[in-house]
Design a protein around this ligand. Structure first.
Ligand SMILES: Nc1ncnc2c1ncn2[C@@H]1O[C@H](COP(=O)(O)OP(=O)(O)OP(=O)(O)O)[C@@H](O)[C@H]1O
Ligand SMILES: [Mg+2]
Length: 291
C-alpha cells in the first residue's frame, strides 16, 4: 500500500467527543447559520467546541471573521493533504494546532477556496478517499480534545460530503419545506445508503431534520412539510420550524451569534438554537452511557 497516516493510530484514544455535521446538498437552507449558532449554544453550556469548515465557500470561516485567502494561512485543505503520505509533494509544515483559530469560546479550523480542488487532488491516491477527514480527526485525537466537533458542509453530494458523513457520529439536516427539498432529501438518503453499503464505517445518526426559513402565512409550505414528513417516515425527528427572521440576517451581517445580543427580539432565536444544542447533548449522553 505504501501509504499513509500514522502507524500508531490504533493506539491513540478515540475519545468521547462527538462529531456532528450540518448537511444538505441544497444551497441556502441554513447549514452554516445553524452550525454557527448551534456551536455557540453548545459552547455557552461549557462544552469544548471545535468547528471545522468543510465548504470551499468558507462561509463559516467568514462568520468567525477568518479569511485564509487574504492571509494565505493554511486551512483544512492543507491539513487533509498533510495527512496523506502519498501527497508528500504537496505537504507544507502545518499542524492542526497551528491552523486552529480561537474565536471567543470556540475553536475553528477554517476553509479556503482551495478546498474546491480536494476531489481532484486526492483522485489518484490509493488510501481510502472517503475516510480522509475521519482519519485526520482520529490521528490528532480531536475527540479527546473536544466534546463536540461541529462540521459545516457544502451544497453538494460529492467526495467532501462523503468524507463528512464518514467522519460524523450525528447529522442535522436543515431544509426548506418545498418541492425541491423533497427530492433533494431522497438523494441525500441515497448517498447515506450507498455509504452504508460500502460497509467501511457506521453511518451517522440523523439527529434532526430542521425546517428553516418558514413563512407560517404560506399554506403551501405546510402542505410540503407534511409531505416531507410522510416521506421521511414516523421515526424521523422533524423539529419545529425556524421562521424567517430578520434578526438572523442582522447578526450574520455583524458576524455575531444570536447569543451576542441581549435585546428581547433575539430571545426566540436563542431558545431555538438552545433547543438544537439540547438535541445534540441529550443524544450524546445517551450514546455515552451505551459505551
Ligand atoms: N431562519 C432564517 N431567517 C432568516 N434568514 C435566514 C434564516 N436561516 C438562514 N438565513 C439566511 O439565509 C441565507 C442562507 O443561509 P446559510 O448560508 O446558512 O445556508 P447554507 O445552507 O449554508 O448555504 P450554502 O449551501 O450556500 O452553504 C443566509 O443569508 C442566512 O443569513
Ligand atoms: Mg453554507
Amino acid at each position: 500500500m505504501g501509504i499513509f497516516f500514522n502507524k500508531n493510530k490504533e493506539k491513540r484514544p478515540v475519545g468521547k467527543g462527538k462529531v456532528v455535521s450540518f448537511l444538505n446538498q441544497k444551497g441556502g437552507v441554513g447549514k452554516t447559520t445553524m452550525a454557527f449558532n448551534t456551536a455557540h449554544a453548545l459552547a455557552q453550556d461549557g462544552s469544548r467546541v471545535l468547528c471545522i469548515d468543510m465548504d470551499p465557500q468558507a462561509n463559516l470561516s467568514y462568520l468567525f471573521d477568518i479569511d485564509v485567502s487574504e492571509t494565505g494561512a493554511p486551512s483544512i485543505f492543507q491539513l487533509l493533504v498533510n495527512s496523506v503520505r502519498e501527497l508528500k509533494a504537496l505537504h507544507r509544515p502545518a499542524l492542526w494546532t497551528d491552523v486552529v483559530c480561537k474565536v471567543g469560546n470556540i475553536d475553528i479550523i477554517p476553509a479556503g477556496q482551495e478546498l474546491s480542488g480536494f476531489e481532484l487532488t486526492v483522485s489518484a491516491i490509493s488510501a481510502p478517499r472517503p475516510l480522509l477527514l475521519k482519519k485526520f480527526i482520529e490521528i490528532n485525537a480531536l475527540k479527546t480534545v473536544y466534546d463536540y466537533i461541529v462540521i459545516d458542509g457544502p451544497p453538494t453530494l460529492g467526495l467532501i460530503v462523503v468524507n463528512i458523513l464518514c467522519a460524523s457520529d450525528g447529522a442535522m439536516v436543515p431544509f426548506r419545506p418545498d418541492e425541491f427539498s423533497h427530492k433533494g432529501l431522497k438523494h441525500f438518503y441515497q448517498v447515506l445508503e450507498d455509504i452504508d453499503d460500502m460497509g467501511i464505517v457506521e453511518i451517522p445518526e440523523i439527529l434532526a431534520h430542521v425546517p428553516n426559513l418558514v413563512d407560517s402565512r404560506r399554506k403551501q409550505e405546510g402542505t410540503d412539510l407534511e409531505r416531507i414528513s410522510t416521506t421521511l417516515g414516523e421515526e424521523a425527528t422533524i423539529v419545529d420550524p425556524f421562521l424567517n427572521r430578520a434578526q438572523l440576517v442582522k447578526s450574520q451581517a455583524q458576524k455575531k451569534s444570536v447569543f451576542d445580543y441581549s435585546s428581547k427580539e433575539f430571545l426566540p432565536l436563542q431558545s431555538k438554537f438552545s433547543e438544537m444544542a439540547t438535541i445534540i447533548t441529550d443524544w450524546s449522553k445517551e450514546h455515552r452511557s451505551e459505551c
